[in-house]
Every structure is written in structure tokens, then in C-alpha cells.
Design a protein around this ligand. Structure first.
Ligand code: SAH
Length: 418
């Protein structure tokens, strides 16, 4: 099963684990008091020794959750086509960097690179390189095996990458811990199920004003964590709650905001585009923080470090954090985006080419997972950052026909087959 979208229900499962992360957190909480949900989430997911992604990184069927690229090759293929289509619409620059944030097992990049190989004649004069931003040593190893067959050089001296290699299709691949280490230049960015893994702050409106939800140790039960409310304002309540906020419970992910600001600045300066795909909402949902373990909902405070923790992406916040440096498109539902990208046609071709009934069955099943509104079709969204001149011709800003000279952005409007 895929990670359920928030509100999809189900009983949370509590589970054990070896308790090392819990002991570490309990010591910290006893010594210096409660921490923000963001700090808790960061520790649980990316603590260098015990973090969930650092040690387990459970993407895939045998892990804790499965993602669209792991469900169907068609997903990555259509995204590969989106990048080529944007690169062409922007006048085929002679170099481009594909930059993926949080590549998981590397499956999505692998599928995209297969498309680049199939369309090699289109890309022939272009110098393509791949740049992966990944904090997990365990997952970067899995990515290296998937993409290069394991032939990588650790700690290359000549750049900021912590690892580099060459893809099976001959394209150079570099690994970084932070987007800021990726060299500048025309880049196409990808963040699939990345922003939902970044730490959120949680807030509640009270009679005395906004308070932050904190994680504390339960004084009654040894080594059991609990949520408490901050007794007064915190720096985060003052910085992250908008005066016009109408909800009573709010989640904010400042790290996502910082990354979107960086993406928008880079796209404004060097050109390119960013495609963000994730479950989320447009500034309307309230309590979406949840955990997954073995494909089941998991109590977020139980056995930290052994389960995936996640929260819906607030696309309205991402749009705001682009600060007008780029244009934004979406969020648009996954099933609409994939339909606009031609998934039905691609499915037909694959069905015609597959000889056996089991493969056809599998193709139809994975199509249903990606597209069914009850499954991943409705709650996953696509969102893009694009240079302003990609949507409105700079000379023709004021004339109503200005858009007609520019090719439409694939996926975000209906596909017209000429
Ligand atoms: N995109 C993949 C994997 C999603 S899981 C897919 O769709 O299958 C989230 C990914 O983000 C993992 O690779 C995880 O290790 C990585 N990650 C989580 N926090 C990160 C951070 N702060 N910086 C970089 N990568 C991070």
C-alpha cells in the first residue's frame, strides 16, 4: 500500500524497535525540557546515528511505504517527458542539470534516464548531468547501485559532492547533502515525496493566543513521550503564524519554505524549472502529522527512528515562499497531471506490447493505484516553479494575446494531440 493520504483513517499501530533513539530523546528531554515537533521530527528522521532515513529509509515494497515511481515505470517516464518538453520550450539550452531532492531508491531517476536515452537524438547536443540531494548514507548507497551498478567514487576532491559516478547510460551523477552544494546553472529540479518528510511546527489557537505543540516526556510513565502545549508564545508562533490565519490548528514547514526560496532564486538567476509532487493541500488542512511502519499507520510518538514520519505539504505556503521570483503552477491532482501527460496512451502501448496476462494485470493494477481518486489520484498533487518569461512573454506582458506565443506547460493543461 502507498502512504495513506491524511484523513484516510485507520488505527495507528504502536511498535517496538531497539529503543536507542527513544533513550537518546528521553535523556535530552529530561535535561533540557520539551522540544518542538520540528526538532522531534528532525531527530527521528535524519539524526546521523539513529534517524529513520539514516538507518532504515524504508521506501519500497519491503519497507514501510511505497511511492508512485516504485509502483509503475510509467510515472517516471512521463516525468522524464515533462523535463524534455520544458527544456525544448526554453529553447534547448546546451547544458542541463537534473537535480533530484530526496531520490529514495533512485527508481524515479532511473526511469527518467531511460527516457533520456530513448530520446538521445533530441538531447544529442546537450550536456546532461544528474545531481542528487540525499542525506541518508544508506539510501545513497542503494541509489548508487541502482543508477551506476555501484561504481562510484566517494569524496571526490574537485567539487562539493560527497560521491560521484557515471550512470549506466553514461551520464555523470553527483551526490550532495544540501541543495546549496549543487553547482549553479540551468537546472530542472524534482522533489517527489520529499517536502512531506521535512520537519513541521504545529500550533494551536488558545484563549491566550497561539501556542506551539511540543514533545515532552510523560512524568507518569517512564520513557513514554507525550504532546504538551507551550505555556507561552515561542519564537515559531511569532514568526510563522499569519495574522489573517483562520484555522485553529496549523502546521508550518519552514525548511520547505527555505528550500523553495532557494529553488526560486536559482531558477530566476540561471533558468530552469522545478516539479514538486506530493500529497498536500492548499492551506486548508489542520492535523496531518502521521507515521508509517510496515505499510500501516504508526503512532508518531512511539518508537521514534523506526517509523516514517510525515505531514501533508502546504502548497499555498510553497507558493508564498517563491516570493514572486518565479511563476507557480498548480497544485493540480496527480490523476489530471498524468492524464494530461498522456498516461492513457502509454498504458495502451504497454498493454499491446505485453505478451502475458499477468503483466497486463499488473499494468492495470498500477495504473489504478496512481489514478484512482480513492487511491493516489486525488490526494497527490503536482506543483511547478517556472521563470515568469516561460508563461508570459516579457515584451507582451500587457496584451491579452501574449500567452498564445508560448507553448503550454505540459501536464498542467489538457494534452492536445495534433
Ligand atoms: N523520492 C523518492 C523517495 C521519497 S522518501 C520516492 O518518491 O520514491 C524521502 C527521501 O528524502 C529519502 O530519500 C530521504 O532520505 C530524503 N530526505 C529526507 N530528508 C532529507 C533532507 N533533509 N535532505 C535531503 N534528503 C532528505
Amino acid at each position: 500500500a502507498a502512504r495513506l493520504c491524511s484523513g484516510a483513517g485507520g488505527e495507528a499501530e504502536a511498535a517496538g524497535g531497539d529503543g536507542a533513539m527513544l533513550r537518546h530523546l528521553a535523556r535530552k528531554l529530561r535535561a533540557s525540557g520539551p522540544v518542538t515537533v520540528a526538532e522531534y521530527m528532525r531527530e527521528a528522521l535524519t539524526n546521523p546515528g539513529q534517524g529513520y532515513y539514516t538507518r532504515r529509509g524504508g521506501v519500497g515494497e519491503s519497507g514501510d511505504f511505497i511511492t508512485s515511481p516504485e509502483i509503475s515505470q510509467v510515472f517516471g517516464e512521463l516525468i522524464g517527458i515533462w523535463y524534455i518538453s520544458e527544456w525544448m520550450a526554453m529553447g534547448k539550452p546546451n547544458t542541463f542539470q537534473l537535480v533530484e531532492l530526496g531520490p529514495g531508491r533512485g527508481t524515479l531517476t532511473e526511469d527518467i534516464l531511460r527516457v533520456f536515452k530513448q530520446l538521445a537524438s533530441v538531447l544529442s547536443k546537450c550536456d546532461v548531468s544528474v545531481h542528487l540531494v540525499e542525506v541518508s548514507p544508506k539510501l545513497s548507497e542503494i541509489q548508487a547501485v541502482m543508477l551506476t551498478g555501484g561504481k562510484v567514487q566517494p569524496n571526490p576532491k574537485d567539487d562539493f559532492a560527497y560521491m560521484k559516478g557515471i550512470s549506466k547510460t553514461g551520464i555523470p551523477i553527483f551526490w550532495y547533502r544540501d541543495i546549496q552544494d549543487v553547482p549553479p546553472g540551468y537546472s530542472l529540479y524534482l522533489a517527489h515525496e520529499f517536502f512531506d518528510a521535512l520537519p513541521i511546527h504545529k500550533f494551536q489557537r488558545t484563549e491566550k493566543g497561539w501556542r506551539e505543540v511540543l514533545v515532552d516526556i510523560d512524568p507518569e510513565v517512564p520513557d513514554q513521550l507525550r504532546f504538551v502545549l507551550s505555556p507561552s508564545k515561542t519564537p515559531a508562533t511569532q514568526n510563522f503564524i499569519q495574522p489573517e490565519e483562520t484555522r485553529d490548528h496549523v502546521e508550518v514547514c519552514p525548511e520547505a519554505g527555505v528550500i523553495v526560496q532557494r529553488l526560486a532564486s536559482r531558477i530566476e538567476k540561471d533558468g530552469g524549472a522545478a516539479l514538486v509532487a506530493d500529497y498536500g493541500h492548499d492551506g486548508t488542512k489542520t492535523d496531518t502529522f502521521r507515521g508509517f511502519r510496515n505499510h500501516k499507520l504508526h503512532d508518531v510518538l512511539s518508537a521514534p527512528g523506526t517509523a516514517d514520519l510525515t505531514a501533508d505539504v502546504d502548497f499555498s505556503y510553497l507558493r508564498k515562499m517563491a516570493q514572486g521570483k518565479t511563476a507557480t503552477l498548480g497544485p493540480i491532482k496527480q490523476r489530471e497531471f498524468l492524464k494530461n501527460m498522456g498516461i492513457d496512451l502509454r498504458l495502451q502501448v504497454l498493454l499491446q506490447n505485453s505478451g502475458d496476462a499477468a503483466t497486463r494485470e499488473q499494468l492495470l493494477h498500477s495504473y489504478d493505484m496512481l489514478m484512482n481518486p480513492e487511491k493516489m489520484g486525488d490526494c497527490f498533487n503536482f506543483f511547478a516553479l517556472l521563470p515568469h518569461h516561460r508563461l508570459v512573454h516579457p515584451d507582451k506582458k500587457k496584451t491579452p494575446e501574449s500567452k498564445s506565443h508560448l507553448p503550454p506547460v505540459a501536464g498542467f493543461s489538457e494534452l492536445l494531440l495534433k
